[in-house]
Write a protein that binds this ligand. Structure first.
Ligand code: GDP
Length: 445
Protein backbone atom coordinates (compact mmCIF):
# COMPACT_ATOMS: atom_id res chain seq x y z
CA UNK A 1 0.00 0.00 0.00
CA UNK A 2 2.95 2.32 0.30
CA UNK A 3 5.19 0.83 -2.36
CA UNK A 4 6.28 4.01 -4.07
CA UNK A 5 6.95 5.94 -0.91
CA UNK A 6 8.70 2.97 0.57
CA UNK A 7 10.95 2.60 -2.43
CA UNK A 8 11.86 6.26 -2.43
CA UNK A 9 12.68 6.32 1.24
CA UNK A 10 14.73 3.16 1.22
CA UNK A 11 16.82 4.72 -1.53
CA UNK A 12 17.50 7.75 0.63
CA UNK A 13 18.36 5.74 3.71
CA UNK A 14 20.41 3.12 1.95
CA UNK A 15 22.80 5.86 0.99
CA UNK A 16 22.72 7.43 4.42
CA UNK A 17 23.31 4.28 6.42
CA UNK A 18 26.28 3.29 4.34
CA UNK A 19 28.18 6.40 5.30
CA UNK A 20 30.43 6.18 8.33
CA UNK A 21 30.12 9.71 9.58
CA UNK A 22 27.44 12.24 8.81
CA UNK A 23 27.68 15.97 8.75
CA UNK A 24 24.76 18.36 8.96
CA UNK A 25 24.74 18.71 5.21
CA UNK A 26 24.29 14.95 4.67
CA UNK A 27 21.33 14.89 7.00
CA UNK A 28 19.85 17.98 5.41
CA UNK A 29 20.12 16.52 1.94
CA UNK A 30 18.55 13.26 3.05
CA UNK A 31 15.70 15.06 4.75
CA UNK A 32 15.09 17.20 1.70
CA UNK A 33 14.66 13.99 -0.24
CA UNK A 34 12.35 12.61 2.44
CA UNK A 35 10.23 15.70 2.13
CA UNK A 36 9.97 15.35 -1.64
CA UNK A 37 9.07 11.67 -1.28
CA UNK A 38 6.33 12.53 1.20
CA UNK A 39 4.90 15.22 -1.06
CA UNK A 40 4.95 12.86 -4.02
CA UNK A 41 3.02 10.38 -1.92
CA UNK A 42 0.42 13.13 -1.56
CA UNK A 43 1.13 13.90 2.08
CA UNK A 44 -0.12 17.39 2.82
CA UNK A 45 2.52 20.10 2.78
CA UNK A 46 2.30 21.21 6.42
CA UNK A 47 2.45 17.61 7.57
CA UNK A 48 5.50 16.89 5.43
CA UNK A 49 7.15 20.05 6.67
CA UNK A 50 6.49 19.36 10.34
CA UNK A 51 7.63 15.80 9.90
CA UNK A 52 10.98 16.76 8.47
CA UNK A 53 11.48 19.45 11.07
CA UNK A 54 10.78 17.06 13.93
CA UNK A 55 13.27 14.56 12.54
CA UNK A 56 15.86 17.27 12.04
CA UNK A 57 15.49 18.54 15.60
CA UNK A 58 15.78 15.08 17.05
CA UNK A 59 18.70 14.12 14.87
CA UNK A 60 20.58 17.23 15.96
CA UNK A 61 19.84 16.83 19.64
CA UNK A 62 20.60 13.16 19.97
CA UNK A 63 23.81 11.80 21.34
CA UNK A 64 25.55 9.15 19.29
CA UNK A 65 24.90 5.58 20.24
CA UNK A 66 27.82 3.19 20.15
CA UNK A 67 27.82 0.39 17.61
CA UNK A 68 25.40 1.84 15.11
CA UNK A 69 26.12 4.31 12.33
CA UNK A 70 24.66 7.81 12.50
CA UNK A 71 22.65 6.99 9.39
CA UNK A 72 21.08 4.06 11.12
CA UNK A 73 20.22 6.31 13.99
CA UNK A 74 18.50 8.72 11.62
CA UNK A 75 16.44 5.83 10.25
CA UNK A 76 15.29 5.06 13.77
CA UNK A 77 14.31 8.67 14.35
CA UNK A 78 12.35 8.73 11.11
CA UNK A 79 10.66 5.51 12.09
CA UNK A 80 9.64 6.83 15.49
CA UNK A 81 8.35 10.01 13.92
CA UNK A 82 6.28 8.01 11.44
CA UNK A 83 4.74 6.07 14.30
CA UNK A 84 4.07 9.35 16.07
CA UNK A 85 2.35 10.84 13.03
CA UNK A 86 0.20 7.76 12.55
CA UNK A 87 -0.69 6.83 16.10
CA UNK A 88 -3.90 7.51 17.93
CA UNK A 89 -4.69 6.82 21.54
CA UNK A 90 -5.58 3.40 22.76
CA UNK A 91 -4.96 -0.01 21.39
CA UNK A 92 -5.16 -0.36 17.60
CA UNK A 93 -8.32 -2.05 16.40
CA UNK A 94 -10.16 -1.66 19.70
CA UNK A 95 -13.54 0.01 19.63
CA UNK A 96 -15.50 1.40 22.56
CA UNK A 97 -18.29 -1.08 22.54
CA UNK A 98 -18.44 -2.31 26.09
CA UNK A 99 -21.92 -1.29 27.14
CA UNK A 100 -24.39 -3.42 25.24
CA UNK A 101 -26.06 -2.61 23.00
CA UNK A 102 -23.31 -0.26 21.77
CA UNK A 103 -24.18 1.83 18.73
CA UNK A 104 -21.64 2.32 15.96
CA UNK A 105 -22.47 4.99 13.42
CA UNK A 106 -20.97 4.49 9.97
CA UNK A 107 -20.73 7.65 7.90
CA UNK A 108 -19.15 8.66 4.61
CA UNK A 109 -19.70 9.58 1.00
CA UNK A 110 -21.44 7.34 -1.46
CA UNK A 111 -19.12 4.82 -3.06
CA UNK A 112 -16.52 5.12 -0.33
CA UNK A 113 -17.10 1.52 0.66
CA UNK A 114 -19.31 2.27 3.63
CA UNK A 115 -21.74 -0.61 3.29
CA UNK A 116 -18.99 -3.10 2.52
CA UNK A 117 -16.98 -1.86 5.51
CA UNK A 118 -20.01 -2.06 7.81
CA UNK A 119 -20.37 -5.74 6.95
CA UNK A 120 -16.61 -6.41 7.17
CA UNK A 121 -16.49 -4.84 10.60
CA UNK A 122 -19.59 -6.70 11.78
CA UNK A 123 -17.99 -9.96 10.70
CA UNK A 124 -14.82 -9.10 12.52
CA UNK A 125 -16.62 -8.18 15.74
CA UNK A 126 -18.56 -11.38 15.56
CA UNK A 127 -15.62 -13.64 14.82
CA UNK A 128 -12.81 -12.04 16.75
CA UNK A 129 -14.66 -10.64 19.73
CA UNK A 130 -17.64 -12.93 19.85
CA UNK A 131 -20.09 -10.04 19.64
CA UNK A 132 -23.68 -10.39 18.64
CA UNK A 133 -24.15 -7.72 16.01
CA UNK A 134 -27.18 -6.14 14.35
CA UNK A 135 -26.76 -4.08 11.19
CA UNK A 136 -29.27 -1.56 9.86
CA UNK A 137 -29.19 0.41 6.63
CA UNK A 138 -30.49 3.96 6.81
CA UNK A 139 -30.06 4.68 3.13
CA UNK A 140 -33.69 5.38 2.31
CA UNK A 141 -32.83 7.03 -1.00
CA UNK A 142 -31.29 3.91 -2.43
CA UNK A 143 -33.31 0.77 -1.76
CA UNK A 144 -30.52 -1.16 -3.49
CA UNK A 145 -28.15 -0.13 -0.71
CA UNK A 146 -30.50 -1.54 1.91
CA UNK A 147 -30.74 -4.80 0.03
CA UNK A 148 -26.98 -4.89 -0.41
CA UNK A 149 -26.48 -4.80 3.36
CA UNK A 150 -29.10 -7.48 3.82
CA UNK A 151 -27.36 -9.75 1.32
CA UNK A 152 -23.99 -9.20 2.95
CA UNK A 153 -25.59 -9.95 6.32
CA UNK A 154 -26.79 -13.33 5.13
CA UNK A 155 -23.39 -14.00 3.61
CA UNK A 156 -21.48 -13.35 6.83
CA UNK A 157 -24.13 -14.65 9.20
CA UNK A 158 -24.94 -11.32 10.86
CA UNK A 159 -28.52 -10.12 11.44
CA UNK A 160 -29.89 -7.09 9.67
CA UNK A 161 -32.85 -5.03 10.77
CA UNK A 162 -35.87 -5.94 8.61
CA UNK A 163 -36.52 -3.32 5.95
CA UNK A 164 -39.73 -1.32 6.34
CA UNK A 165 -40.66 0.55 3.20
CA UNK A 166 -41.02 4.30 3.53
CA UNK A 167 -39.50 4.51 6.99
CA UNK A 168 -37.23 7.50 7.56
CA UNK A 169 -33.62 7.32 8.86
CA UNK A 170 -34.30 8.58 12.38
CA UNK A 171 -37.19 6.14 12.78
CA UNK A 172 -35.01 3.30 11.51
CA UNK A 173 -32.29 4.24 14.00
CA UNK A 174 -34.82 4.17 16.84
CA UNK A 175 -36.14 0.82 15.73
CA UNK A 176 -32.59 -0.56 15.49
CA UNK A 177 -31.86 0.65 19.01
CA UNK A 178 -34.96 -1.01 20.37
CA UNK A 179 -34.40 -4.21 18.45
CA UNK A 180 -30.80 -4.32 19.66
CA UNK A 181 -31.92 -4.00 23.27
CA UNK A 182 -34.74 -6.51 22.99
CA UNK A 183 -32.73 -9.00 21.00
CA UNK A 184 -29.76 -8.98 23.36
CA UNK A 185 -27.29 -7.62 20.81
CA UNK A 186 -23.87 -6.38 21.93
CA UNK A 187 -23.50 -3.94 19.09
CA UNK A 188 -25.74 -2.33 16.52
CA UNK A 189 -24.31 -0.69 13.45
CA UNK A 190 -26.07 2.09 11.58
CA UNK A 191 -25.06 2.36 7.94
CA UNK A 192 -26.09 5.90 7.05
CA UNK A 193 -26.85 7.22 3.59
CA UNK A 194 -24.08 8.65 1.49
CA UNK A 195 -24.02 11.38 -1.11
CA UNK A 196 -21.62 11.95 -3.93
CA UNK A 197 -20.35 15.02 -2.18
CA UNK A 198 -20.89 16.63 1.16
CA UNK A 199 -24.18 18.50 1.27
CA UNK A 200 -26.20 20.17 3.93
CA UNK A 201 -29.15 17.80 3.74
CA UNK A 202 -26.94 14.79 4.24
CA UNK A 203 -25.21 16.34 7.21
CA UNK A 204 -28.50 17.25 8.84
CA UNK A 205 -29.81 13.76 8.33
CA UNK A 206 -26.69 12.13 9.78
CA UNK A 207 -26.66 14.57 12.70
CA UNK A 208 -30.29 13.74 13.49
CA UNK A 209 -29.48 10.03 13.49
CA UNK A 210 -26.46 10.67 15.68
CA UNK A 211 -28.64 12.50 18.19
CA UNK A 212 -31.04 9.62 18.63
CA UNK A 213 -28.42 6.86 18.55
CA UNK A 214 -25.80 8.57 20.69
CA UNK A 215 -23.08 6.38 19.15
CA UNK A 216 -20.06 5.11 21.08
CA UNK A 217 -18.08 5.15 17.87
CA UNK A 218 -18.66 7.20 14.75
CA UNK A 219 -16.49 5.81 12.01
CA UNK A 220 -15.95 7.69 8.81
CA UNK A 221 -15.32 5.53 5.78
CA UNK A 222 -13.22 7.24 3.14
CA UNK A 223 -11.66 6.14 -0.10
CA UNK A 224 -7.90 6.08 0.38
CA UNK A 225 -7.36 6.53 -3.34
CA UNK A 226 -8.71 10.06 -3.16
CA UNK A 227 -5.62 11.26 -1.28
CA UNK A 228 -5.95 14.72 0.18
CA UNK A 229 -9.68 14.75 -0.61
CA UNK A 230 -10.08 11.95 1.90
CA UNK A 231 -8.50 14.18 4.51
CA UNK A 232 -10.77 17.12 3.62
CA UNK A 233 -13.81 14.86 3.78
CA UNK A 234 -12.73 13.76 7.23
CA UNK A 235 -12.30 17.35 8.38
CA UNK A 236 -15.79 18.17 7.14
CA UNK A 237 -17.49 15.21 8.70
CA UNK A 238 -15.68 15.75 11.95
CA UNK A 239 -16.71 19.39 12.09
CA UNK A 240 -20.37 18.58 11.44
CA UNK A 241 -20.89 15.18 12.99
CA UNK A 242 -17.88 14.53 15.20
CA UNK A 243 -16.10 11.32 14.29
CA UNK A 244 -14.11 9.00 16.54
CA UNK A 245 -12.05 7.34 13.85
CA UNK A 246 -11.49 6.69 10.18
CA UNK A 247 -11.56 3.64 7.98
CA UNK A 248 -9.49 4.06 4.84
CA UNK A 249 -10.69 1.84 2.03
CA UNK A 250 -9.08 0.75 -1.24
CA UNK A 251 -5.65 0.68 0.30
CA UNK A 252 -5.10 -2.40 -1.83
CA UNK A 253 -5.03 -0.08 -4.84
CA UNK A 254 -1.94 1.69 -6.04
CA UNK A 255 -2.75 4.87 -4.17
CA UNK A 256 0.10 6.91 -2.90
CA UNK A 257 -0.76 6.50 0.74
CA UNK A 258 -0.55 10.18 1.60
CA UNK A 259 -4.03 10.20 3.08
CA UNK A 260 -2.94 7.69 5.67
CA UNK A 261 0.01 9.84 6.67
CA UNK A 262 -1.85 13.13 6.80
CA UNK A 263 -5.11 11.97 8.37
CA UNK A 264 -4.13 11.95 12.00
CA UNK A 265 -1.98 15.06 11.83
CA UNK A 266 -4.59 17.14 10.02
CA UNK A 267 -7.82 15.92 11.61
CA UNK A 268 -6.58 14.67 14.97
CA UNK A 269 -8.59 11.51 14.35
CA UNK A 270 -6.90 8.11 14.17
CA UNK A 271 -7.23 5.65 11.34
CA UNK A 272 -8.69 2.56 12.94
CA UNK A 273 -8.92 0.15 10.02
CA UNK A 274 -7.93 -0.12 6.40
CA UNK A 275 -9.86 -1.85 3.66
CA UNK A 276 -7.69 -4.01 1.44
CA UNK A 277 -10.13 -5.48 -1.06
CA UNK A 278 -13.73 -6.34 -1.80
CA UNK A 279 -13.85 -9.57 0.16
CA UNK A 280 -15.42 -9.68 3.59
CA UNK A 281 -12.09 -10.54 5.21
CA UNK A 282 -10.22 -7.68 3.59
CA UNK A 283 -10.21 -5.40 6.61
CA UNK A 284 -7.09 -4.87 8.66
CA UNK A 285 -6.40 -3.16 11.94
CA UNK A 286 -4.36 -0.06 11.35
CA UNK A 287 -1.24 -0.56 13.43
CA UNK A 288 1.06 2.45 13.36
CA UNK A 289 4.15 0.42 14.25
CA UNK A 290 3.59 -2.04 11.48
CA UNK A 291 2.66 0.57 8.96
CA UNK A 292 5.76 2.61 9.75
CA UNK A 293 7.79 -0.55 9.40
CA UNK A 294 6.21 -1.26 6.06
CA UNK A 295 6.80 2.25 4.80
CA UNK A 296 10.44 2.30 5.77
CA UNK A 297 11.13 -1.35 5.08
CA UNK A 298 14.02 -1.11 7.51
CA UNK A 299 12.83 -3.13 10.45
CA UNK A 300 16.27 -4.63 10.99
CA UNK A 301 17.93 -1.29 11.42
CA UNK A 302 15.22 -0.03 13.76
CA UNK A 303 15.62 -3.11 15.95
CA UNK A 304 19.39 -2.78 15.86
CA UNK A 305 19.32 0.81 17.05
CA UNK A 306 16.80 0.00 19.74
CA UNK A 307 19.04 -2.74 21.06
CA UNK A 308 22.10 -0.52 20.99
CA UNK A 309 20.27 2.22 22.86
CA UNK A 310 19.07 -0.20 25.47
CA UNK A 311 22.57 -1.57 25.93
CA UNK A 312 23.98 1.90 26.28
CA UNK A 313 21.40 2.88 28.85
CA UNK A 314 22.01 -0.32 30.77
CA UNK A 315 25.77 0.26 30.76
CA UNK A 316 25.31 3.83 31.85
CA UNK A 317 22.98 2.77 34.63
CA UNK A 318 25.42 0.10 35.75
CA UNK A 319 28.28 2.61 35.92
CA UNK A 320 26.18 5.02 37.90
CA UNK A 321 25.09 2.32 40.29
CA UNK A 322 28.67 1.45 41.08
CA UNK A 323 29.52 5.04 41.79
CA UNK A 324 26.48 5.57 43.96
CA UNK A 325 27.29 2.53 46.01
CA UNK A 326 30.64 4.08 46.75
CA UNK A 327 28.81 7.18 47.88
CA UNK A 328 29.79 9.19 44.83
CA UNK A 329 27.05 11.43 43.58
CA UNK A 330 28.10 14.69 41.97
CA UNK A 331 26.33 17.36 39.96
CA UNK A 332 26.79 15.44 36.73
CA UNK A 333 24.94 12.54 38.25
CA UNK A 334 22.23 14.84 39.42
CA UNK A 335 21.94 16.31 35.97
CA UNK A 336 21.62 12.86 34.46
CA UNK A 337 18.92 12.01 36.94
CA UNK A 338 17.08 15.20 36.10
CA UNK A 339 17.29 14.45 32.39
CA UNK A 340 16.04 10.95 33.01
CA UNK A 341 13.09 12.41 34.86
CA UNK A 342 12.31 14.72 31.99
CA UNK A 343 12.36 11.78 29.61
CA UNK A 344 10.14 9.68 31.79
CA UNK A 345 7.43 12.26 32.12
CA UNK A 346 8.36 14.38 35.08
CA UNK A 347 9.22 14.27 38.70
CA UNK A 348 6.00 12.97 40.09
CA UNK A 349 5.71 10.03 37.76
CA UNK A 350 9.29 9.02 38.49
CA UNK A 351 8.87 9.32 42.23
CA UNK A 352 5.65 7.38 41.97
CA UNK A 353 7.53 4.52 40.38
CA UNK A 354 10.14 4.28 43.09
CA UNK A 355 9.17 2.11 46.00
CA UNK A 356 9.10 4.06 49.23
CA UNK A 357 9.26 7.38 47.42
CA UNK A 358 5.60 8.24 47.63
CA UNK A 359 6.13 10.42 50.65
CA UNK A 360 9.12 12.13 49.18
CA UNK A 361 7.12 12.84 46.08
CA UNK A 362 4.75 14.92 48.16
CA UNK A 363 7.60 16.68 49.92
CA UNK A 364 9.19 17.46 46.62
CA UNK A 365 5.95 18.89 45.35
CA UNK A 366 5.40 20.90 48.50
CA UNK A 367 8.86 22.32 48.06
CA UNK A 368 7.59 23.81 44.82
CA UNK A 369 9.39 21.38 42.60
CA UNK A 370 7.49 21.01 39.39
CA UNK A 371 8.56 19.92 35.97
CA UNK A 372 9.34 23.36 34.66
CA UNK A 373 11.87 23.58 37.40
CA UNK A 374 13.67 20.50 36.13
CA UNK A 375 14.66 22.38 32.99
CA UNK A 376 15.92 25.31 35.07
CA UNK A 377 17.91 23.04 37.33
CA UNK A 378 19.56 21.40 34.37
CA UNK A 379 20.47 24.86 33.13
CA UNK A 380 22.07 25.63 36.49
CA UNK A 381 24.24 22.52 36.35
CA UNK A 382 25.22 23.39 32.81
CA UNK A 383 26.34 26.76 34.02
CA UNK A 384 28.88 25.16 36.39
CA UNK A 385 32.46 24.40 35.45
CA UNK A 386 33.68 20.84 35.16
CA UNK A 387 35.42 21.08 38.50
CA UNK A 388 32.38 22.43 40.23
CA UNK A 389 30.21 19.68 38.87
CA UNK A 390 32.59 17.02 40.02
CA UNK A 391 33.02 18.60 43.43
CA UNK A 392 29.95 20.52 44.58
CA UNK A 393 31.76 21.43 47.82
CA UNK A 394 33.48 24.17 45.80
CA UNK A 395 30.24 26.08 45.46
CA UNK A 396 30.86 29.19 47.55
CA UNK A 397 29.21 32.59 47.31
CA UNK A 398 31.08 34.11 44.35
CA UNK A 399 30.84 30.97 42.30
CA UNK A 400 27.16 30.72 43.08
CA UNK A 401 26.55 34.23 41.81
CA UNK A 402 28.34 33.47 38.55
CA UNK A 403 26.51 30.18 38.04
CA UNK A 404 23.08 31.62 38.76
CA UNK A 405 23.54 34.57 36.48
CA UNK A 406 24.96 32.26 33.82
CA UNK A 407 21.67 30.39 33.86
CA UNK A 408 19.69 33.60 34.13
CA UNK A 409 18.36 32.62 37.53
CA UNK A 410 18.47 33.66 41.18
CA UNK A 411 21.04 32.37 43.65
CA UNK A 412 18.16 31.21 45.83
CA UNK A 413 17.22 28.78 43.13
CA UNK A 414 20.76 27.45 42.99
CA UNK A 415 20.70 27.03 46.74
CA UNK A 416 17.64 24.87 46.44
CA UNK A 417 19.40 22.75 43.86
CA UNK A 418 22.44 22.35 46.09
CA UNK A 419 20.23 21.34 48.97
CA UNK A 420 18.48 18.81 46.82
CA UNK A 421 21.79 17.46 45.63
CA UNK A 422 22.93 17.01 49.21
CA UNK A 423 19.77 15.21 50.19
CA UNK A 424 19.98 12.93 47.23
CA UNK A 425 23.66 12.24 47.82
CA UNK A 426 22.85 11.25 51.40
CA UNK A 427 20.09 9.04 50.20
CA UNK A 428 22.37 7.38 47.67
CA UNK A 429 24.94 6.76 50.32
CA UNK A 430 22.38 5.12 52.57
CA UNK A 431 21.18 2.98 49.75
CA UNK A 432 24.72 2.06 48.90
CA UNK A 433 25.19 0.87 52.47
CA UNK A 434 22.05 -1.19 52.14
CA UNK A 435 24.18 -3.05 49.70
CA UNK A 436 22.05 -4.43 47.02
CA UNK A 437 20.87 -1.15 45.63
CA UNK A 438 17.63 -2.85 44.70
CA UNK A 439 15.64 0.31 45.09
CA UNK A 440 17.81 2.27 42.78
CA UNK A 441 17.97 -0.40 40.19
CA UNK A 442 14.21 -0.40 40.13
CA UNK A 443 14.15 3.29 39.67
CA UNK A 444 16.51 3.21 36.75
CA UNK A 445 14.49 0.77 34.77
P1 GDP B 1 -20.91 2.75 -0.26
O1 GDP B 1 -21.67 3.42 -1.34
O2 GDP B 1 -20.04 3.70 0.44
O3 GDP B 1 -21.75 1.96 0.66
O4 GDP B 1 -19.89 1.77 -0.99
P2 GDP B 1 -19.94 0.18 -1.15
O5 GDP B 1 -19.73 -0.46 0.14
O6 GDP B 1 -21.13 -0.19 -1.94
O7 GDP B 1 -18.61 -0.06 -2.01
C1 GDP B 1 -18.44 0.43 -3.34
C2 GDP B 1 -17.51 -0.51 -4.06
O8 GDP B 1 -16.21 -0.46 -3.52
C3 GDP B 1 -17.94 -1.97 -3.98
O9 GDP B 1 -17.78 -2.57 -5.25
C4 GDP B 1 -16.98 -2.57 -2.98
O10 GDP B 1 -16.76 -3.93 -3.23
C5 GDP B 1 -15.74 -1.76 -3.23
N1 GDP B 1 -14.86 -1.70 -2.07
C6 GDP B 1 -15.16 -1.38 -0.78
N2 GDP B 1 -14.07 -1.39 0.01
C7 GDP B 1 -13.04 -1.74 -0.78
C8 GDP B 1 -11.61 -1.94 -0.56
O11 GDP B 1 -11.09 -1.79 0.55
N3 GDP B 1 -10.87 -2.28 -1.63
C9 GDP B 1 -11.41 -2.45 -2.88
N4 GDP B 1 -10.60 -2.80 -3.86
N5 GDP B 1 -12.72 -2.27 -3.12
C10 GDP B 1 -13.53 -1.93 -2.10
Amino acid sequence: MFENLSERLSGVFDRLTKQGALNDEDVKTALREVRVALLEADVSLPVARDFVKAVQDKATGQSVTKSVTPGQQVVKIVHDELVHVLAGEGEPGKLKIDNAPAPILMVGLQGSGKTTTTAKLAKRLKEREGKKVLMASLDVNRPAAMEQLQILGVQIGVDTLPIVKGEQPVAIAKRAKMQAALGGYDVYMLDTAGRLSIDEELMQQVAAVRDVANPRETLLVVDGLTGQDAVHTAENFDARIGITGVVLTRMDGDGRGGAALSMRAVTGKPIKFVGLGEKMDALETFEPERVAGRILGMGDIVALVERAQETMEAEQAERMMKRFQKGQFNMNDLKMQLEQMQKMGGMESVMGMMPGMGKMSKQVKDAGFDDKIIARQIALVQSMTKKERANPALLQASRKKRIASGAGLEVSELNKLIKMHRQMADMMKKMGKMGKGGMLKQAMK
